[in-house]
Design a protein around this ligand. Structure first.
Ligand code: HEM
Length: 432
């Protein structure tokens, strides 16, 4: 079917689940309409920005393209952003300030900068280097049990899901340990964070509950859980010194964070660390298995792992987009954007921009330079980049000895989301 600007779909979660990310649609936009006023019946209109240079311009001008406007994530008309709505129901019962943003992603400077500093010390390159040996050990354990499970499933003639079987394990354990969350809570945290991106097993759903309702319930339950963590930290004092304790007991701009601010912040850290890296890992391993020459190259030359991680990040681009609001009229690539307009920046499209990446649809683990925008750019540049890279390095290193003895096994299922892109199910089997 020929794609046209009037009919392409880059906004509907179902489209992403059924067809995967809209690569061909973004190609068309980059070629013919890089700053495109996207109007469809079931979504409020916005400017779709798909070229690398323009995504950079928007991200690099946080005073003109702000995060604190009315829209930050792409949703269907009439569907509120889950995070804002989740604060509404939980917060009303606790008399939270309705004008306080859900978390720092919804904020602009200077408030955003002050808040970001409260946790950025926990995610530095040095800090992650110290955890590398621990991540390696965890990855090896997770990988070995997955391979055992995979072999048993294959012997029974069944597939084994890579996402739930391996890819989700280290991101959860790593953020759990950094934040000091009790290991026996991790399984429940995984169920909640999956439900937030619309993924919920039948067994975890209440009778008659829709996916949307399960998402709201999970949001509520996770906020209640976090409320308990904050209360515990207040009761214990600062002595334990973990991330949560330091955030509870350290002043930002002369004031302690309120329960409302802390709840939003901790919620963000748990969720952001969980549902992104897993998609890069699963999508990256799928890409390696689909490109046996690259897989072999990596297995023969493990020293390529760091550049393989960067190519996996570019290739998978697990965060699909963020929205911004223009505070003033602005000309972007020759197109006039008006104050108050919504702008959507599409990172995966920027990462396939042929103006920046030679042969962008070639999966090349030796690609240099590789200035991908997978983690965004500018004031809101991903806080967890060092952690995500450390996790991917550990996960891939542990899987390397097994990589040529596993295979994809049938069709994967995509996540029904436009914000987080990846697989909810990636079937694999052992090769004999
Ligand atoms: C491959 C994995 C990941 C990807 C692709 C990713 C991507 C992104 C993107 C695109 C943004 C917005 C950047 C912008 O607006 O310019 C972001 C922000 C953020 N990410 Fe990540 N992320 C990943 C992993 C993580 C992890 C492991 C954490 C754990 C703490 C994390 C925490 C955050 C936070 C807190 C923000 C908000 C930063 C701010 O508003 O200042 N991310 N991430």
């Amino acid at each position: 079917m020929t794609l046209t600007l009037d009919t392409i779909n880059i906004h509907h979660p179902r489209h992403y689940a059924e067809h995967g990310a809209p690569w061909a649609e973004w190609d068309l936009l980059r070629r013919d309409a890089p700053v495109f006023w996207y109007e469809r019946d079931d979504v409020e209109p916005f400017w779709a920005v798909t070229r690398y240079a323009d995504v950079m311009t928007v991200s690099d001008n946080p005073d003109i393209f702000i995060n604190s406007g009315p829209r930050l994530r792409l949703t269907l008309k009439g569907t509120p952003e889950l995070l804002r709505a989740g604060v509404d129901s939980f917060g009303q019962e606790r008399n939270w300030d309705p004008n306080e943003p859900p978390d720092m992603v919804f904020m602009d400077n200077p408030e955003h900068r002050h808040l970001r500093r409260q946790s950025s010390w926990a995610f530095t390159q040095g800090g992650m280097r110290k955890m590398a040996a621990h991540f390696a050990k965890l990855s090896e354990q997770f990988t070995n049990s997955f391979i055992t499970e995979l072999k048993a499933a294959t012997a029974r003639g069944e597939s084994c899901d890579f996402v739930s079987g391996l890819a989700c394990k280290l991101p959860l354990a790593a953020i759990g340990e950094i934040m000091g969350l009790a290991p026996h809570d991790w399984k429940q945290i995984l169920i909640w964070s999956n439900a937030l991106v619309g993924e919920i097993e039948e067994a975890d759903r209440r009778p008659g509950e829709s996916r949307g309702a399960a998402g709201y319930r999970s949001m509520y339950e996770m906020r209640t859980y976090i409320e308990g963590l904050i209360a515990e930290s207040r009761a214990v004092g600062a002595e334990r010194g973990g991330l949560i304790d330091r955030m509870v007991h350290t002043k930002a701009q002369g004031e302690y964070l309120t329960d409302q601010q802390l709840n939003g912040y901790l919620f963000l850290l748990i969720a952001a660390g969980n549902d992104t890296t897993r998609n890069a890992f699963a999508g990256g391993v799928a890409a390696l298995l689909q490109h046996p020459d690259q897989c072999e190259l990596l297995c023969r030359n493990p020293e390529l792992i760091l550049s393989a991680v960067e190519e996996i990040l570019r290739w998978t681009s697990p965060v699909g987009n963020f929205l911004r609001t223009a505070t003033q009229d602005f000309e972007l690539a020759g197109t006039k954007i008006s104050a108050g307009d919504t702008i959507g920046v599409f990172y995966p499209s920027a990462n396939r921009d042929e103006r920046v990446f030679e042969d962008p649809y070639r999966f090349d683990i030796t690609r240099t330079p590789n200035p991908h925008l997978t983690f965004g750019f500018g004031a809101h540049f991903c806080l967890g980049t060092n952690l995500a890279r450390a996790e991917l390095k550990a996960g891939l290193t542990a899987l390397l000895p097994h990589l040529q003895r596993i295979a994809l096994d049938g069709d994967p299922i995509g996540i029904a989301q436009t914000h987080v892109i990846g697989y909810s199910y990636l079937p694999m089997r052992a090769r004999s």
